[in-house]
Design a protein around this ligand. Structure first.
Ligand SMILES: [Zn+2]
Ligand SMILES: [Zn+2]
Length: 332
């Protein structure tokens, strides 16, 4: 074969796998889409056929209605056109997968979004050595080092117990982060009911239907200020500074995101308690993963590509940036 990975093309609307005539996480409706996970910037509606894990398909159905999809279990290999395709856990959110493809003796892994630290709501990342590793780089700068999750959760609980007249309102993305915060709180021994915003309820139910236990949850809508005092309330980030939060008892505003490493960002969103909890790999996880997989080439997508590319080059690994459009940080 002439050039490594010449059968995979980076096009603005996604990664195109020519010998399978398939697209990975395309931003436009396609005849054949392979979807890494359920976040809206990766999983769009309107594809003719979707290949994804059963969890991801269920998330897409919750968001977009019935999908003509084919569920693929982790580690099941299927052949599409001339390509062998396998989905392996990415450790990002429920059902998230890396897509492993083999064609004419070459192996390419598309990471989707991923992280390496433990997450009680999903299967851990499985490293698959490969020729080309296509990685995300949302937090691809050395300044991004996420602290231990347990210590961030302890800060949350400490703040909660310090002032039982108030509540702690945590901004967390509806898919993945919200459920992870709930299970991490449970893992730290927090058994109290947790109040949740209506926009998170359906996904909570979906997680529970796949066996993720969330404990006692109550709708924040309809609860009185007195009932919510001394409790954790979880809402999508957009609700933090909106009218909705006026129903809460003098909330301490928290936000769970990798971006909370940047103080300026926390201040801009009026966040009093920034929690650095991310569903993406931080700098150390990105570089450790590349070291572990030992790819010949690294292709870098959505995020801060430049620093990671430089790191690869100083470690004798060929690297390039892919300019895909439509990836946002819905899910940091
Ligand atoms: Zn994501
Ligand atoms: Zn993403």
């Amino acid at each position: 074969m002439a050039r490594l990975g010449s059968w995979i093309e980076s096009r603005p609307e996604g990664i195109y796998v020519r010998p399978a005539d398939a697209w990975i996480d395309p931003s436009q409706p396609k005849a054949r889409a392979w979807v890494t996970h359920g976040h809206a910037d990766h999983a769009r509606g309107g594809h003719k056929t979707v290949l994804a894990t059963p969890e991801t398909l269920a998330i897409m159905e919750t968001r977009y209605g019935p999908q003509s999809g084919q569920p693929v279990a982790y580690d099941e290999t299927i052949r599409v056109g001339e390509v062998d395709v396998r989905f392996v856990p990415a450790g990002h959110v429920l059902g998230s997968a890396q897509i492993v493809m083999e064609y004419k003796g070459e192996r390419v892994v598309v990471s989707g979004d991923y992280k390496r630290r433990p997450d009680p709501t999903c299967a851990p990342f499985v490293p698959v050595p490969c020729d080309i590793f296509i990685t995300e780089a949302t937090f691809g700068l050395p300044v991004f080092r996420h602290p231990d999750t347990g210590s961030e959760i302890d800060r949350l609980l400490h703040r909660l117990h310090a002032d039982p007249e108030r509540c702690v309102l945590v901004g967390a993305y509806a898919l993945g982060k919200a459920q992870r915060i709930i299970t991490e709180l449970r893992a730290r021994g927090h058994r109290e009911p947790i109040y949740v915003h209506g926009a998170i309820e359906r996904l909570n139910q979906l997680y529970e239907s796949f066996g993720v236990e969330l404990g006692e949850l109550r709708p924040a809508t309809g609860a009185t200020k007195a009932e919510m005092a001394g409790h954790v309330v979880i809402a999508p980030p957009g609700a933090l500074n909106d009218r909705w939060s006026r129903r809460l008892p003098d909330p301490v505003t928290a936000m769970a995101s990798g971006w909370m490493r940047i103080r300026q960002r926390a201040r801009q969103c009026n966040v009093e308690l920034p929690l650095i909890i991310s569903d993406h790999a931080d700098w150390d996880e990105l570089t450790a993963t590349i070291r572990e997989l030992e790819p010949t080439e690294v292709w870098i997508t959505h995020g801060r590509e430049e620093a990671l590319k430089h790191w690869c080059m100083t470690h004798q690994i060929k690297a390039c940036e892919l300019n895909l459009v439509g990836y946002e940080d819905e899910d940091d």
